[in-house]
Design a protein around this ligand. Structure first.
Ligand code: GLU
Length: 446
C-alpha cells in the first residue's frame, strides 16, 4: 500500500487548544508511524478572521509537540485552484446559482415547518430561466452557489466509526460560494484534499455530516474519496465543548504553565482510547499506541488535573540529559546527582528552583527541641559525605538519643530544610554538605 498523506487543517483564527492538538497528533503520528507525509493546511479563506500570528503560533505549537509538518500550505494562496474547481462543477451542472436573500430563505423555511415538511432548500433557483436570472442581476442581486446533491444514501467505512451512511435526500444543497465570491470551507477542503493527494482524513466527529457532502463532491470531480476517521471530541471536565475562546486551555497557556510537551501529547492521544492514559516520553512510542479501531466515538473528557499528574509522572522519570540545559537556565547547576535527588518531588521542571534553594540556602531552620538537635549535630560524621551518610548518621543519633522513626527524622528534616516534606534526605544531605548542615543544626540561616 502506498504511504499515507494526511493533513491537519486548522483555521488560524485563534490559538489551538488540547482538542485541536488531539486531531493534529492523530494525523502527525499516524503519518510518522506509517512513513507517510504530514501536511499542515491552514484553512484561512476567511481573510478577515484569519491571522498570520495565529498561523505562526500553530506552527510553533506543532514543533514544540515534536511533530513539525512535512509540508505547510495556506488556502489563502490557492484561490486559483478553487476557482478552477468551482468552474468545473458549474460546467457539469453540479454548482448552480441561487438568488434568494436570507430573509426569503427564512420565510420559506418557516412555511415548510408549518406544513410539517423538512426545512430543506427547495431548489427553486434551479427553475430560473436565463431571462429571470438576468433580470435579478439587473436588479443588483449577486448569486450564491449551491452544490446539487444527488438524493441518495452515501455510505463510507470510517476507520473509527465503522460503517457509516448519511441520506443526502434529507440535506439542503450546500452553499459552496457566497454572494461576494468567497468560499465556504467545503469546496476548498475537497479541492485541496484532491490536489494534495490526501489519503486519510482524520478529524473530529463534528464533520460526519460534511463527509457525505464531501464524498459527493469528490465523486463529482472524478476523484476517489480518501479514507475517513472521525473521533469523538474532547470536552472540559464538566462536559463543555472546547473552543478557541477558552484561552486557558490553549497549548500556549499549557506550555507557559510549565507543562511538558510529552505530557500534553500523551493525554491528547491516549484519552478516549483503549490504552491507559500514561506518560509516554517518546513520540514514536506514542505513535505505535494509536489504534483507530479503539478510539472512542463518544466525547472524552479533558481534565487539567490529570494533565498535571501526567506531567509530574513524566518528570519523575526524566533523564538528566534531557533537562541539563533547562536546569542551567534556571540556575540549578547541581548536576545529575542533584536532579536525580529532587525530580521525584517535582510537578513542573521549574519547581526545581525550590529544591536548589533548599540545598544551597539560605534555609531558615525550624528547631523545636534544641537539645535533641544539638545531640544530632554532635553525631554528624566527618566528610566526605555520600549516599550512605544519612543512614550512618541517623543510626548514630538513634543510638545516642534512643529516638526513632518519625520522631527522629522529622526534626532533622525541619532543621536541615525548614520544611516538613521533600526529597529523600539520604540524597539531599551530601548535596547540602557538612558546612551548611552544621550551621543549620546550630539554628543559623545557611
Ligand atoms: N478547518 C476545518 C476545521 O478546523 C477542517 C476540517 C477538516 O479536517 O476537514 O474544522
Amino acid at each position: 500500500m502506498s504511504k499515507p498523506i494526511v493533513r491537519f487543517a486548522p483555521s488560524p483564527t485563534g490559538l489551538i487548544h488540547i482538542g485541536n492538538t488531539r486531531v493534529a497528533l492523530l494525523n502527525a503520528l499516524y503519518a510518522r508511524r506509517e512513513g507517510g507525509t504530514f501536511i499542515l493546511r491552514f484553512d484561512d479563506t476567511d481573510l478577515e478572521r484569519s491571522k498570520r500570528e495565529y498561523a505562526d503560533a500553530i506552527e510553533f505549537d506543532l514543533r514544540w509537540l515534536g511533530v513539525p509538518p512535512d509540508v505547510t500550505v495556506r488556502q489563502s494562496e490557492r484561490f486559483d485552484l478553487y476557482d478552477d474547481v468551482a468552474e468545473r462543477l458549474r460546467i457539469s451542472g453540479r454548482l448552480y446559482a441561487c438568488y434568494e436573500t436570507p430573509e426569503e430563505l427564512e420565510f420559506r423555511r418557516k412555511r415548510q415547518l408549518a406544513r410539517g415538511l423538512p426545512p430543506i432548500y427547495d431548489r427553486a433557483a434551479l427553475k430560473l430561466t436565463p431571462a429571470e436570472k438576468e433580470k435579478l442581476e439587473a436588479e443588483g442581486r449577486r448569486p450564491h452557489w449551491r452544490f446539487l446533491l444527488e438524493h441518495r444514501v452515501v455510505p463510507w467505512t470510517d476507520m473509527i466509526r465503522g460503517d457509516c451512511h448519511v441520506d443526502c435526500a434529507s440535506l439542503s444543497d450546500p452553499v459552496l460560494v457566497r454572494e461576494d465570491g468567497t468560499y465556504l470551507y467545503t469546496l476548498p477542503s475537497v479541492a485541496d484534499d484532491i490536489e494534495l493527494k490526501i489519503s486519510h482524513v482524520i478529524r473530529g466527529e463534528d464533520h460526519v455530516t460534511n463527509t457525505a457532502v464531501q464524498i459527493q463532491i469528490f465523486e463529482a470531480l472524478g476523484a476517489v474519496p480518501p479514507i475517513f476517521a472521525h473521533h469523538g471530541l474532547l470536552t472540559t471536565a464538566s462536559g463543555e465543548g472546547l473552543s478557541k475562546r477558552l484561552g486557558h486551555l490553549s497549548l500556549r497557556s499549557l506550555r507557559e504553565a510549565g507543562l511538558e510537551p510529552q505530557a500534553v501529547a500523551s493525554l491528547a492521544v491516549l484519552v478516549g482510547s483503549a490504552e491507559a492514559v500514561r506518560p509516554v516520553a517518546d513520540v514514536d512510542k506514542l505513535a505505535r499506541l494509536i489504534d483507530f479501531s479503539h478510539i472512542s466515538r463518544g466525547p472524552a473528557k479533558f481534565d487539567e488535573h490529570e494533565l498535571e499528574q501526567l506531567n509530574a509522572r513524566l518528570i519523575h522519570e526524566m533523564p538528566y540529559a534531557e533537562v541539563r540545559e533547562r536546569l542551567a537556565s534556571l540556575g540549578a547547576n547541581g548536576g545529575e546527582t542533584f536532579w536525580n535527588a529532587v525530580r521525584g518531588n517535582l510537578g513542573k521542571v521549574a519547581d526545581v528552583a525550590e529544591w536548589w534553594k533548599v540545598v544551597n540556602g539560605p534555609v531558615t531552620p525550624v528547631i523545636e527541641d534544641r537539645a535533641f538537635i544539638a545531640a544530632a549535630a554532635q553525631a554528624l560524621p566527618d566528610g566526605p559525605w555520600d549516599a550512605t551518610t544519612w543512614k550512618a548518621w541517623t543510626e548514630a543519633v538513634k543510638a545516642a538519643t534512643g529516638v526513632k522513626g518519625k520522631a527522629l527524622f522529622m526534626p532533622l528534616r525541619l532543621a536541615l530544610t525548614g520544611l516538613e516534606h521533600g526529597p529523600e534526605l539520604g540524597a539531599l544531605l551530601p548535596l547540602i554538605g557538612p558546612d551548611r548542615a552544621r550551621a543549620r543544626l546550630a539554628g543559623q540561616a545557611a
